[in-house]
Each structure stands twice: as C-alpha cells, then as structure tokens.
Write a protein that binds this ligand. Sequence first.
Ligand SMILES: Nc1ncnc2c1ncn2[C@@H]1O[C@H](COP(=O)(O)OP(=O)(O)OP(=O)(O)O)[C@@H](O)[C@H]1O
Ligand SMILES: [Mg+2]
Length: 247
Amino acid sequence: MNVLEIKNLSVSYGDKLVIKDLSMDIKKNKITAIIGPSGCGKSTLLTTINLLLEENGGQFTGQILFNGKDILSYEKKDVRRMIGMVFQKPTPFPFSVYKNLTYAPKYYGIRDKKKLKDIVENTLKRVGLYEELKDELNRSATKLSGGQQQRLCIGRALTVEPEILLLDEPCSALDIKNTANIERLLKELSKDYTIVIVTHNLSQAKRISDYTAFILDGKLIEYDETEKIFSNPKDRRTKEYVEGIFG
Ligand SMILES: Nc1ncnc2c1ncn2[C@@H]1O[C@H](COP(=O)(O)OP(=O)(O)OP(=O)(O)O)[C@@H](O)[C@H]1O
Ligand SMILES: [Mg+2]
C-alpha cells in the first residue's frame, strides 16, 4: 500500500526550479532511501512532503496524496504530527529529557500526568534510551551525547504517533557506533512506521532500505527495490553514482 503518492511534483525557490516533474509512491512500513549528489533536491523533497517548504521560501506544483487524500486538504499541524521530521544535526529542545518528550503531546492536548509519564517511558524504551536515562529525566537534553540526542529526537517525533518519519541525513554527525544504533532502531521502527531517509552514505542505504530513489539535478532517475538499484540499475547514471564514479 502507498502511504504517499507524489504526482508530477515540481518545486522552485523563486524562479529557480529545483525539483522537476517528480512522481513516486512511498510504500507503507518500508524504508525508502533517497540518494543523489549534493544540491539535487533531496532535502527539498522532504520539506515539501512535510509542508515546511513555504516557510523555507519555496513553492510547489503537482500533488502529494497522503493516505489517498491531497496533503493540502489536511491541517498543517496534523500533517506535522502525522509526518515527523528528523534533521541532520540533532535538535533537542534546550529543556529536560522529560520536557522534550512531553512537549508535543501537551501541544496536541494531552494533560494527564500519568499518560505523559507513560509516553516518556515508552518512548525512551522504544528508542533504546530507557536504561541510560530513566533516572535522568530532568537532565538537560543538550547535555546528552550526539547519539543520545539523535535518538531522543527520533523519540520526540514518535511521541505524537506519526505514520511517517522523514529523516534528513540523521547519522552524518554521528560516529560508527551511534550510526549502527540508529540504523538498528530504524529497522525496528519500520515495522510500525513508514520511513524515508535521505543519506549520502550509500552503504547505509544499501544496508537498511527496502527501496531506493536516485535523484539527479531535481529529476527522479530511478526508483526501485534497493537490491536492484545497487546490483542491477537500469540507468547508466544510477550505475555510475552507486559505483562512486561521481558524487
Ligand atoms: N531555502 C532555499 N532558498 C533558495 N534555494 C534553496 C533553498 N534551499 C535549497 N535551495 C537550493 O535548491 C537546490 C536543492 O537543495 P537541497 O537542499 O534540496 O539539496 P540536497 O540534495 O538536500 O543537498 P545536500 O545533499 O547538500 O543536502 C540547491 O540548488 C539549493 O541551493
Ligand atoms: Mg540536504
């Protein structure tokens, strides 16, 4: 089933066209990797899906269907809840661990203390931080290690029960060990969530994704099962990119 259907999407900033007539469907409960050289439009694609594009000074034509309905027909705040976003640099709020994980649920109306406490506990368990942080809920999130911060940010997105998680180079500021932790976590989360990950790290795309989309200069060149993209791509440009001939 396709949770997102992107149809003839073109995106521009002012008169600069950066995504060109891109169509692709995103499959539910799978990990889709977006790869392509710097500046090809990967982050722009994510911000368009999340309806952050306008705030970044861009506009789009074409259509994005979310569960079969035009994404523009939803309230922005509902889209942001249902489609969570995690960025390259961990961006915890400069508050306690507890407040980072209760901020969004409170914003969406949950007041009950016990419920909030359960959300914090379950989320920490979900992202593998419970043992490390259960006695440090009042610790400032910005004092955590980079890997912990990024897991907390993924957790924060999960606190409002999204359907899709968009991640823009979530591991590029992390070391190998923390990267492996996040990859394991994403694999696990893909049982319950649809995951779209932008990555420069081709072996990461190969390791964790089910589908891979290769974008070049704003155009979708090839989109297929990851296995096929890396072992038997149809397009010469895809082949050259995954072989590291250009990047
Ligand atoms: N807010 C903006 N205003 C104007 N131009 C922008 C803006 N954001 C991105 N661009 C331009 O749009 C194009 C696509 O940028 P984008 O950030 O989506 O690429 P990317 O594939 O994510 O690159 P990278 O791999 O370096 O993160 C680039 O030419 C970039 O300069
Ligand atoms: Mg980017």
